[in-house]
Ligand binder design. Structure first.
Ligand SMILES: [Zn+2]
Length: 424
């Protein structure tokens, strides 16, 4: 077989894997023997720089060269805009909507096989939407899916997961430290900590400073990152003081908390609209479960306004590292780019800055800043292309027509036929 034939065979195979119906042994990473030249009129590099008419040379799953376009390309993306694979630092991989159109609960009759298939479907959907890396602040069910993706059994993004979470009820500082060690032993990539209530319950601080010191301190000692759910300003400040890696949400944070994060280098992960809209537009999926009631939905509605008001304040804080995290819960997987569009359209953020946040900066927050999140020589060949230019049309974020992860193509433009499939 000629090299060109083998390239096409391999591109076609990768697409077959994306459909997850192939029985041919999968490859999680492209073979070293094949060089692929990916050409695009516009290449956004993930740090704010833009190149024109560029060939991205990919070999062995990595980018080996960037050069002015010349000769024949293997994949010519024409006028599409190429960018690094997108990163969502906050998803819930295991959440899904059942056949009965309800949020999956442990006692709803779904078998374990059904649940895992739905988790795998979430992973596949996010990859197809251009997210080549996701961090799931999730549950034990993430592990089998993460590991299957790594082995090449399943098409999906690179998954980092907490495999569970800690909260105020985890107990004394000693029991918290033991719990952190337990997560590490089970294979967690990150420690997830709930330091405040949900916004539906007012978002007040729940964990003490001592508890947070124990959680984030033990994580750091073991070389793990810690990501803290915190709405109240006091909870965010306690997380910063405890040396935690990242503060999520922060709907109620004050300017002092934002300044503290900037000074300490704590990553901040606010959401724009996807998570709130997903609840409000599909109340029937959730109503009656836990705090998903009229009061909870009203609080979610109010949080949209608070999130909007927060933007002006956090954009005004120099050196604050704002990463990208959607909090994609059941029903939202595959729409992860919606907050990119929201950040540009509603918040007035520059598209290039939003892309930097969702690529190189988010990669840095995951401790992967030297290997993913940039279109640069030596980086993993994680690439996406938008149909349209997000710098002039924010809806282009939702029109991803090409996805490559570690040099393997999972989505190819001819297969593109419209916006991401609605789910469920
Ligand atoms: Zn969450």
């Amino acid at each position: 077989m000629s090299v060109r034939q083998s390239i096409w065979r391999w591109v076609i195979l990768a697409n077959a894997f994306a459909l997850a119906v192939s029985t041919i042994p999968a490859r999680a990473q492209a073979p070293d023997t094949v060089t692929l030249i990916v050409r695009a009129a516009t290449v956004i590099d993930g740090t704010g720089a833009v190149r024109r008419n560029t060939d991205v040379v990919v070999r062995g799953g990595r980018i080996t060269e960037l050069r002015p376009a010349r000769g024949k390309a293997d994949i010519d993306l024409g006028t599409r805009v190429l960018a690094p694979g997108l990163i969502d630092t906050h998803v819930h991989l295991g959440w899904y909507i059942t056949e009965k159109q309800r949020l999956h609960q442990g006692d709803d009759g779904d078998t374990e096989q059904t649940a895992i298939l739905n988790v795998a479907g979430n992973a596949q959907r996010m990859l197809q939407a251009g997210f080549t890396t996701v961090q799931s602040v999730g549950g034990l069910e993430d592990k089998v899916v993460r590991d299957a993706i790594n082995r090449g059994v399943l098409a999906g993004p690179r998954v980092l997961t907490s495999l569970g979470s800690l909260n105020e009820n985890t107990g004394s500082p000693d029991s918290i430290r033991a719990a952190v060690r337990g997560f590490r032993e089970r294979g967690a990539d990150v420690i997830k900590i709930f330091a405040s209530k949900s916004i539906r319950d007012g978002g007040v601080q729940t964990m003490t400073q001592e508890q947070l010191d124990a959680a984030c301190g033990e994580a750091k000692r073991l070389g793990l990152r810690s990501i803290v759910h915190a709405h109240a300003a006091s909870a965010a400040k306690a997380a910063v003081r405890a040396g935690c890696t990242q503060v999520d949400h922060g709907v109620l944070v004050d300017d002092e908390a934002l300044q503290m994060m900037a000074k300490a280098g704590t990553f901040f992960e606010p959401q724009c609209e996807l998570v709130s809209r997903n609840y409000l537009d599909h109340k029937e999926w959730f109503r009656g479960i836990g705090n998903y009631n009229d009061e909870g939905f009203a609080a979610t509605e109010r949080s949209l306004g608070l999130r909007k008001e927060l933007v002006k304040r956090y954009l005004a804080v120099p050196k604050l590292k704002v990463v990208y995290g959607t909090d994609a819960v059941a029903g939202a997987h595959g729409q992860n780019a919606r907050d990119l569009a929201c950040r540009v359209r509603q918040n007035g953020e520059k598209a290039l800055d939003a892309i930097t946040s969702a690529t190189s900066l988010s990669a840095e927050s995951l401790g992967l800043g030297a290997s993913i999140g940039r279109v640069a020589v030596g980086y993993q060949a994680d690439l996406v292309a938008f149909d349209g230019d997000p710098r002039t049309d924010a809806t282009a974020f939702m029109r991803v027509s090409f996805v490559m992860k570690q040099g393997v193509v999972y989505r190819y433009p001819p297969a593109f036929s419209g916006p991401p499939r609605r789910y469920p």
